[in-house]
Design a protein around this ligand. Structure first.
Ligand code: FMN
Length: 326
């Protein structure tokens, strides 16, 4: 009997499959479906700072009128902070399922305020969905990184909830940055944030933003390179389509995996298939539990295995040269 339980953020998950933050987790009914389908945990749909501002008109929204129209059209208003608090309270009463709340803010004050509200509501953990593209030519990478670290430090001080930080892949030196996130108080980092990709509509000559295709191999690479080297847990998010993908991410060193698109495409019933495929692989390879297998192919383990490879750079360089001289 294979034991797929995993420890994530100090919570015991019955398996490593987390339904990622999305429309699938924005209501109590949605969470019920995830629990019934056997998910290991859920991350609630992110709350955006703008939703607070709509609730609290005293401070003015500072939003463009077009954006105001969108928010007020109901798309986001029906997912207000107060409602999320109710969802968490009910979900904790009704289901035996860890509930991780997610927030995306701009200002320090709102990150803190929301974290405290969620802690009071009984959320099990908090995912900070930090989404700021480094687009300002006057701002250095260090300045951007400092601003992310400030958010984590201030939320850490304001709450006792375990913290995961969902980051964007566009950071110059990820290992150093992730280690600093861990030192700032993050227990886990989610690799990577959902991203939008630009396109142009040539008929109307206007720009468009569409959801980008997740890059499974980008996630696999960084889980592999960071595992056991940065002081915190790692969770994969992006491009998981099969049980084999889950096995690869665990071998790389992930503590859990977040999945969305596959559930939109094939329904939550596919969780059962993913677990069966993962279990079959574990059985075939003689692993009894997840921790025995976790990180077996991480960069750290690989580098230790290859005698004399020395520093990380030397190991990677030797791999690169081997491929290019074929
Ligand atoms: C429809 C949809 C809505 C999403 N909304 C959010 C969100 O509000 N906050 C967030 O952090 N991620 C959001 N995501 C990203 C997912 O949480 C997750 O990181 C990503 O979708 C995982 O990759 P996959 O879709 O290839 O499984 C969303 C994804 C989808 C498909």
């Amino acid at each position: 009997m294979v034991d797929l339980t995993t420890d994530y953020l100090g919570l015991k998950l019955k398996n490593p499959i987390i339904v990622g933050s999305s429309g699938l987790t924005r209501s109590l009914e949605g969470i019920a479906r995830c629990a019934e389908a056997g998910a290991g945990a859920v991350v609630l749909k992110s709350l955006f700072e703008e939703q607070f501002k709509l609730n609290d008109r005293s401070e003015g929204t500072g939003l463009y009128p077009e954006i105001m129209d969108y928010f007020q059209s109901g798309a986001l208003l029906d997912y207000a902070p107060r409602k999320v608090v109710e969802i968490i309270k009910e979900a904790k009463k009704q289901f035996d399922l860890p509930v991780i709340a997610s927030i995306n803010c701009q200002s320090q004050r709102h990150w803190i305020r929301f974290a405290q509200q969620l802690e009071d509501a009984g959320g099990d953990a908090l995912e900070l969905n930090i989404y700021t593209l480094p687009i300002d030519p006057d701002k250095s990478g260090e300045e951007y990184e400092r601003s992310y670290l400030d958010i984590v430090e201030s939320v850490r001080k304001a709450t006792n909830l375990p913290l995961a930080v969902k980051i964007f892949h566009q950071i110059t030196a990820l290992p150093n940055f992730v280690r600093r996130l861990s030192e700032a108080g993050a227990q886990a980092v989610v690799l990577f944030n959902w991203f939008l990709e630009p396109d142009f509509d040539l008929r109307t000559m206007s720009s468009l933003q569409q959801k980008g295709q997740a890059n499974f191999h980008l996630v696999l690479r960084w889980i592999c390179l960071l595992a056991q080297r940065v002081g915190c847990q790692l969770v994969a998010s992006g491009g998981v389509r099969s049980g084999r993908d889950i096995v690869k991410l665990i071998l790389a060193g992930a503590s859990a995996v977040q999945v969305c698109t596959l559930f939109y495409q094939r329904g939550l019933g596919v969780i059962k298939d993913l677990l069966e495929e993962t279990t079959a692989w574990f059985n075939e390879h003689g692993f009894k539990n997840l921790s025995e297998c976790q990180g077996k192919l991480s960069f750290k383990e690989e580098a230790l295995r290859v005698k004399g490879s020395g520093k990380a750079e030397v190991f990677l360089r030797s791999q690169y040269i081997r491929l290019y001289t074929d």
